[in-house]
Design a protein around this ligand. Structure first.
Ligand SMILES: [Zn+2]
Ligand SMILES: [Zn+2]
Length: 482
């Protein structure tokens, strides 16, 4: 943030648009300052640009001032993974493991570096329990945070609590401390504290993990805290401020390429189909590596999804066969392995790119698919032959409006809340937000919360749209159970 010219100028980096990360925006005074200019950056969620997602929480039903009534001039930038400059800062963005498309940010300036990584769950469950090695996507996450002067990281749970929170998209403290130590960060600020833990409990949690932190200075972040980073007065060569480039549309045309699917489990298969339908992506089923090979050559798919659940389906063998038969110079596609437990070592040897662990929700599947589609779309020719991951990040920043997807996603199946567990995550901006609010802040085992969500959605369905919000997103709920 800086002052100059006509007034205040600043940039806001948003990890994702779950309520607990954006609810302060309507109350953020500097956005109402006439003459001020703001750039707001964040990933665009499923079916909505960043601007649309932020406007959703400011519809007239919820707030008296709409997004268009801020006094400041605001530019919205839908981000994908990559690097770009904001003034003298180099900003790098990388996807995290969360049920919504979420970005971590690494900021570097004057020789100092800060990483913000919320919300994130380790990809391998063993890591979450404080065991196992950092491999695959977990290793890449460690590389992204490596050597940071300050790592601000999600640490909502403990390893003991984790088994009841699998798939919620948050990290146990034990894993985060180990990550900080192995990635040689200097200071580690634990945050995204569980709302049910009081200050004393958080202090005890930090204390009991200090020993294993070694040289890393671990502490719990608190509201209003100021942390100084880098040597005082140290100034590296000033970076020249560059304009943001790569104004290409963020979201690729979803229907133009397909996703290949070999999943035997009926529930996983129907959840993936619903996720692909909602994303507007075609899917081609296959049951042999030979067929996959033909489809890869013909369809240039975004992604291949294979299940490993022997003896029903030998996904690892199939993965190995696809990789071994992929010719020199062929585009290396990401292979997402669906399984009950990840086996990082065998997966790495077979050529698995990433894991999707059962059971998963439609929202989680959509996020994973979207993450890999965006990666494939961005660097189709720059894939690392070892694991299929794009290696040459390019910034893609769009002003709101340019980043719209061409088609409205198809409706997802009906919503059902089943004893506090999602049978199907509702599709749509508003109900998605409400659902995640329940996951992160309120209790699942609370019938009052579920019935409140139902009432709010029902009201949104019937209330006339007076604000500048997105009426279509509300209409999509019509006829569903909440
Ligand atoms: Zn979240
Ligand atoms: Zn959160």
């Amino acid at each position: 943030m800086s002052r100059g010219g006509n007034g205040l100028r600043g940039s806001l980096l948003i990890s994702h648009t779950h309520w607990d990360h954006i609810q302060g925006i309507p109350f953020f005074d500097p956005l109402f300052a006439r003459g001020a200019e703001w750039d707001v950056y964040g990933p665009n969620g499923p079916g909505a640009s960043l601007r649309e997602a932020l406007a959703g929480q400011m519809q007239y039903d919820y707030f008296p001032v709409t997004l268009d009534e801020f006094g400041a001039r605001i530019r919205f930038h839908d981000l994908v993974e990559g690097s770009f400059d904001i003034e003298d800062f180099k900003v790098s963005a990388r996807y995290l493991n969360h049920p919504a498309l979420t970005l971590a940010y690494r900021l570097e300036a004057d020789g100092a570096s800060i990483v913000y990584a919320c919300d994130h769950e380790p990809h391998a469950r063993m890591l979450a329990l404080g065991e196992g090695e950092l491999t695959g996507e977990d290793r890449r996450h460690a590389e992204f945070v490596a050597g940071a002067d300050l790592l601000i990281h999600d640490a909502q749970y403990t390893a003991e609590e984790y088994p009841a929170k699998i798939g919620w998209g948050h990290s146990p403290i034990e894993y985060v401390v180990r990550l900080g130590q192995q990635a040689r960060v200097k200071r580690l600020a634990l945050t995204h504290h569980d709302p049910r833990r009081d200050d004393e409990a958080i202090d005890r949690m930090v204390q009991s993990n200090r020993e294993r932190a070694g040289a890393v200075d671990v502490f719990a972040a608190y509201e209003g805290q100021i942390v100084h980073v880098g040597a005082p007065g140290a100034k590296a060569a000033r970076r020249r401020s560059r304009e943001l480039h790569a104004e290409a549309a963020v979201a690729p045309e979803p229907g133009e390429r397909s996703v290949l699917l070999a999943v035997a489990d009926a529930e996983a298969s129907s959840t993936l189909s619903a996720a692909l339908r909602a994303e507007g992506i075609r899917c081609d089923a296959f049951s042999s590596a030979e067929r996959a090979r033909t489809l890869i050559a013909r369809e240039r798919p975004w992604l291949t999804v294979i299940e490993h659940d022997p003896p029903r389906i030998e996904g690892m063998d199939m993965c190995r066969a696809i990789r071994s038969r992929t010719g020199e110079g062929d585009p290396v596609l990401p292979i997402l392995m669906v399984a009950g437990e990840p086996d990082q070592q065998a997966g790495g040897a077979a050529g698995v790119t990433d894991w999707l662990i059962k059971p998963f929700s439609v929202a989680h599947a959509r996020t994973k698919i979207r993450e890999w589609v965006l990666r494939t779309a961005r660097a189709p020719a720059a894939c690392d032959a070892a694991d299929g991951r794009a290696t040459a990040p390019a910034t893609q920043v769009c002003d709101a409006g340019k980043a719209r997807r061409s088609g409205e996603p198809a409706s997802a199946p009906a919503t059902e809340m089943n004893g506090g567990r999602p049978a199907m995550i509702p599709d749509g901006d508003k109900s998605g937000l409400l659902w995640m609010f329940g996951r992160e802040i309120a209790s699942f085992d609370n019938p009052a919360f579920s019935s409140n969500v139902g009432r709010i959605i029902a009201r949104a369905q019937t209330a006339p749209q007076r604000g500048a919000g997105k009426a279509a997103s509300v209409r999509r709920f019509a006829g569903r159970r909440a």
